[in-house]
Design a protein around this ligand. Structure first.
Ligand code: FDA
Length: 391
């Protein structure tokens, strides 16, 4: 027997649960079909188990998308403060870690429990272990076949996320479904992902485990955060951030001494002529990193014996140390997938497909990707909320 709802939400992750909670509390009969054995699995592992659930500095310019204006409407109507108010209403203790990033004091489980409680309050029907085998559309109705049963509704919400971390069951299902309805998909790419080094840069892998605050730059974009050397290449927040802007073949430049004024090596030569580049680096950086950089610069001896030109060249190199990553660790390690369902296909107000009334796409499935630090969850909440106003 076919069951009928007002809306079917595919995917019980961050965006799907938010959408279900709000729509059901608006009186809509909503069913969430989740493939996994429990909802919100990515929320559970997020933020090292403490879920970095939003960012106080949320702003549209912290999101990548083919249309940089697309996220504005949803983000301005459902803000970080709105989500924080929900968290507080549920008595969940939180703290700001750094750079506006808000985390649970306790556990990510509290965020999932909160969303499920909100869904319960609205009477949303949440079903796990669902195998969606067919989606059809006709006469203004969507029919989804899951676990052999048909469910129909006038609205269908694609909230199945992106394909990053496939070992958690993530797939490109959202893109396949979008294409089925003729919607374009912007090429998906791993984002917020460690970069790998080869060639000459491979020597830096010996620094595995060493971390330092740097400026990491790719093109016109720079992030000031920590970089971490790994046995495969580069990671840490600064690198994860810049990876979203990096394309194969691009150079990533690292300033190992951010905040130093131009000419500081010449100044050092005057102030401490018997110091060396090696000793100055050792004072400023983790010792293994200092030693590697000094080895590679190759200008040994007292500063007083080095020409200003040599010092300027060394300084320029330290301020813009060029790395040419030979790849990234891919979707297996990417925190998110950039690209996705083209924003050109969707209303930025409602998330509804312009050419397929009743079809919505929200969360990571859409070509909107946030910076590291709670921005991606804020997009999931905001886009889920925006769609829920229309269901
Ligand atoms: P999400 O992936 O949450 O949900 C999609 C759901 O759809 C899943 O439950 C999935 O099982 C289900 N699904 C998939 N295919 C299906 C199908 N065929 N049928 C039915 N259901 C299907 N972001 C942030 O802001 N702060 C943070 O701290 C972190 N930390 C973090 C850590 C790690 C390790 C990862 C991998 C990611 C993060 N993120 C993050 C990113 C964040 O998890 C991500 O942006 C959101 O979960 C996206 O929400 P969605 O609801 O769009 O997808």
């Amino acid at each position: 027997m076919t069951q009928t709802y007002d809306a079917i939400i595919l995917g019980g992750g961050a965006a799907g649960l938010m959408c279900a909670a709000i729509a059901s509390q608006r009186g809509r009969r909503v069913v969430v079909l989740e493939k996994a054995d429990q909802p919100g699995k990515k929320i559970l592992i997020s933020g090292g188990g403490r879920c970095n659930f939003t960012n106080l500095n949320t702003a549209p310019d912290r999101y990548l998308s083919a249309n940089r204006h697309f996220a504005k409407s949803a983000l301005s109507r459902y803000t970080a403060s709105d989500f924080l108010a929900l968290v507080e209403r549920h008595g969940i203790a939180w703290h700001e870690k750094t750079l506006g990033q808000l985390f649970c004091d306790g556990s990510s489980k509290q965020i999932v429990a909160m969303l499920l409680e909100e869904c319960r309050a609205g009477g949303a029907d949440i079903r796990c272990d669902q195998d969606v085998t067919h989606v059809a559309h006709g006469n203004g109705q969507f029919t989804v076949t899951a676990n052999g049963a048909d469910i129909t509704a006038a609205a269908l919400v694609i909230a199945t996320g992106g394909p990053s971390i496939p070992k958690m069951g993530a797939t490109g299902f959202a893109y396949d479904l979008a294409r089925q309805f003729g919607l374009k998909v912007v090429e998906p790419r791993p984002a917020l992902v460690p970069l790998t080094l080869g060639g000459d840069d491979v020597l830096f892998r010996d620094l595995s485990g060493v971390s330092a605050p740097v400026d990491a730059r790719c093109g016109k974009t720079t992030f000031h955060e920590a970089a971490l050397f790994t046995h495969r290449g580069l990671s840490g927040p600064a690198i994860l951030q810049i990876s979203s802007y990096w394309r194969p073949g691009d150079m990533v430049e690292i300033n190992f001494l951010p905040g130093r004024p131009r000419g500081w090596l010449r100044d050092a030569k005057r102030a401490a002529p018997r110091a060396s580049i090696r000793s100055l680096l050792k004072d400023a950086l983790p010792h293994r990193l200092a030693a590697t950089l000094a080895d590679r610069l190759g200008h040994e001896g007292d500063l007083q014996n080095l020409s200003d030109k040599v010092l300027d060249d060394a300084e320029n190199q330290l301020l813009r140390w060029p790395f040419c990553p030979n790849g990234s660790e891919g979707l297996a390690k990417a925190e998110v997938t950039s690209g996705g369902i083209s924003t050109a296909e969707l209303s930025s107000q409602t998330m509804e497909a312009k050419r397929v009334p009743g079809l919505y796409a929200i969360g990571e499935a859409v070509d909107v990707t946030g910076w590291l630090g709670g921005y991606n969850f804020q997009w999931a909440w905001a886009s889920g909320w925006a769609a829920a106003q229309e269901l």
